[in-house]
Design a protein around this ligand. Sequence first.
Ligand code: IPE
Ligand code: IPE
Ligand code: MG
Length: 245
Amino acid sequence: MSLKDIDKSNIPRHVAVIMDGNGRWAKKRGLRRENGHREGRKSVRKIVECCAELGVKNLTLYAFSTENWNRPKLEVDFLMQLLFLSLRDELKTLNKNNIRFETIGNLSRMPKKIGNYLEKVKEETKDNSKLTLTLALSYGSRSEIVNVVRELSDKVKNNIISSKNIDETVINDHLYTRNLPDVDLLIRTSGEKRISNFLLWQIAYSELYFTKKLWPDFRKKDLYKAIISYQSRERRFGKTSEQIK
Ligand code: IPE
Ligand code: IPE
Ligand code: MG
């Protein structure tokens, strides 16, 4: 399976990836988990590049979950530092390649230096239009939904909106992902078949793709495979096959 097997007229608009398996990649080689995270950066670079080439307009990467705050402090600190260095190194490339950078998640929990730098990268790439790269950082889908409920209850209380008018669009417009289309294809690496609190609302009708490849081993041809699998599926959205054709 290669690039030529991809139907250019049916590219997913929004691909989301649970980048998992860095620790196991390192362990298999007798290395420390940190080496797996560092190696995972290369996969991020390849996959961003590949999405831009294929014409995927939105790529959302799960980089750090609300639950990941519970990892050993040394690992958390390492991940934060790696994120900072990556952003610093890649800012120029993002602009060169016309990529807009965004985040979803609770950034107030991030170290201040990194939070500020994230804002800077977002600001400096905001006019780019080839691809929107969104990093999910300190992200948890349940906490995102809790925030929506809080915001909407305040709005109802202050008569900004009537509860009768709360519908799926209104909820969508209050999620972190309000500016993104629904996820078409969700990929998880490392063989785990779970969602781990990622985009629960947004993946209601996504196609799911699980691969045993560990994230640091995930390369362009693995993304091609995922997209070819996506293209082989009939998305019926509750209708019958005949209605779709
Ligand atoms: C994914 O790899 C990266 C993050 C969650 C930050 P892991 O660190 O979860 O790797 P495994 O699952 O332990 O192999
Ligand atoms: C999910 O991976 C979060 C990220 C990839 C950032 P985890 O490795 O944290 O998920 P679980 O604990 O295996 O569900
Ligand atoms: Mg993991």
